[in-house]
Unconditional design. Structure first.
Length: 119
């Protein structure tokens, strides 16, 4: 099982980035996907999530109207389009796959990609 994030980097405030998370080794279309982020000294927080078929999404209040999550099940990839970036968006961004499994969940995490918003 692998989740590989890409697309991070250094961007100026007000700029845009698109993160990608390529999945392999499991049936991607059966899993809900999420993006999390973790800034230095802070807890990991949920940024946005999307259902397995892509019919429903949600986003944290801090990114609503600026970030959009989407997925392409034919390409086993989930995306995070980030617009109007702010310095407080600086963090390592992780993707996560989740499905119900028995009485709990089966989760897979990527290794993360750094996003730095700075002038």
């Amino acid at each position: 099982v692998q989740l590989v994030e890409s697309g991070g980097g250094l961007v100026q405030p007000g700029g845009s980035l698109r993160l990608s998370c390529a999945a392999s080794g499991f049936t991607f279309s059966r899993y809900a996907m999420s993006w999390f982020r973790q800034a230095p000294g802070k807890e990991r927080e949920l940024v946005a999530s999307i259902t397995s078929a892509g019919g429903s999404t949600n986003a944290a209040d801090s990114v609503k109207g600026r970030f959009t999550i989407s997925r392409d099940n034919a390409k086993n990839t989930v995306y995070l389009q980030m617009n109007s970036l702010k310095p407080e968006d600086t963090a390592v961004y992780y993707c996560k796959a989740r499905r119900l499994f028995g009485l709990g969940y089966e989760d897979y995490w990527g290794q993360g990609t750094q996003v730095t918003v700075s002038s």
